[in-house]
Write a protein that binds this ligand. Structure first.
Ligand code: SAH
Length: 332
């Protein structure tokens, strides 16, 4: 096939067709051998708005089918994309479109990683997330890499788990772009703060039960004062990044006056085939997290809405059982 247009305009079309295995002849400008190349090709792709190529096609009387491919943008920019909790179906249409238009994608550990390659066909995929045995690329370095690539004129997509602005350092990345005068846009995503409880059947609010929910980072356990405020506020408490500090958090909430019988749900790897939900009560939380071996990524939900979880056992209050679990395998 033949792709027509300057290297900058045609770069995305070139990458896509080459990634698909096509043998591509690229013509940035007309030159000797062009007419033969167009005749030989099974398909001609005009990947530029430059009218020059329409004239060329007309004068060479090329019989090969001709299609158009949108030229790549020549002004570098950054799009922060919220990828949702992990299932590709939970990505927005805007997120998919941004990936399809990317020159380079910087991915996190969480989010819809498996689908990135097929949505961002031909784009360079850079993994900046933390994996077991590997260190995450430090935040400042991620920002520097993104800025460098955008200054080269590329469309940089920063794919983040959930929503970029929920405990996701999204605003820092926006500021890094703005500081360099780079245009940046943000595509919101389905946050795990709501989607993980929902995957277990737990609504974060429910008329007559909970009219509000508070989302907090469990990266460091909440202070005594925060626990008192949470207790006073009522409603549902949703903790992200909280597995490592769950012992201290549970003790602090009970010390602040929250009932030990308050229901708690831990939803691990929500919206993935490995999803698992564990329910118990606040006083038994610590013991059950250890017993079941809960691991990150997990969302911890505390409040009466947890009684609505698919796996909340009706006999729970009266039996000796202190926890119940529900795995993706068990449900299917
Ligand atoms: N911006 C993200 C949150 C980033 S903090 C969002 O809006 O979802 C990372 C934490 O999110 C994890 O430690 C975990 O608490 C939670 N998380 C993200 N994806 C998850 C998933 N699929 N299942 C359970 N928890 C998840």
């Amino acid at each position: 096939m033949a792709v027509l247009g300057s290297a900058s305009d045609a770069r995305r079309a070139l990458r896509r067709y080459r990634a698909g295995g096509a043998v591509v002849e690229h013509w940035a400008l007309p030159g000797p051998g062009l007419a033969e190349s167009l005749q030989r090709a099974s398909l001609v792709v005009i990947a530029t708005r430059d009218p020059l190529w329409d004239d060329v096609i007309a004068t060479t009387r090329c019989a090969t089918p001709v299609i158009r491919h949108a030229p790549a943008s020549s002004i570098g920019h950054i799009t922060l994309v919220g990828g949702g909790p992990g299932a590709p179906e939970l990505m927005t249409v805007a997120a998919r479109a941004a990936l399809g238009d990317a020159d380079v994608v910087f991915c996190d550990r969480l989010g819809p990683r498996s689908a990135v390659r097929e949505m961002a066909v031909g784009a360079e995929i850079v993994d900046v997330g933390k994996r077991p045995g590997h260190h995450a690329v430090p935040q400042e370095q991620i920002e520097r890499l993104m800025v460098e690539r955008a200054l080269r004129g590329e469309h940089v997509v920063r794919l983040k788990g959930g929503d970029p602005f929920v405990l996701g350092r999204g605003r820092e990345e926006v500021e890094a772009a703005l500081a360099e005068g780079i245009h940046v846009s943000v595509i919101p995503g389905v946050t795990s703060a709501i989607a993980a409880p929902s995957a277990a059947g737990i609504p974060v609010t429910y008329r007559g039960v909970s009219q509000l929910f508070t989302v907090l980072s469990g990266h460091t356990a909440p202070t005594e004062e925060q626990c008192r405020q949470l207790k006073a506020l009522g409603g549902t408490v949703v903790i992200l990044m909280g597995v490592g500090t769950v012992h201290r958090t549970a003790a602090a909430l009970v010390a602040a006056g929250m009932a030990g019988t308050t229901p708690v749900g831990i939803i691990e790897r929500a919206h993935t085939p490995e999803q698992r939900t564990t329910v118990c009560t606040l006083e038994d939380l610590s013991a059950n997290v250890a017993r079941v071996g809960c691991a990150s990524p997990a969302v911890i939900v505390i409040g009466d809405v947890v009684r609505l979880a698919h796996c909340w056992p009706p006999e729970f209050a009266t039996s000796a059982a202190t926890f119940a679990t529900d795995t993706a395998e068990r449900r299917s």
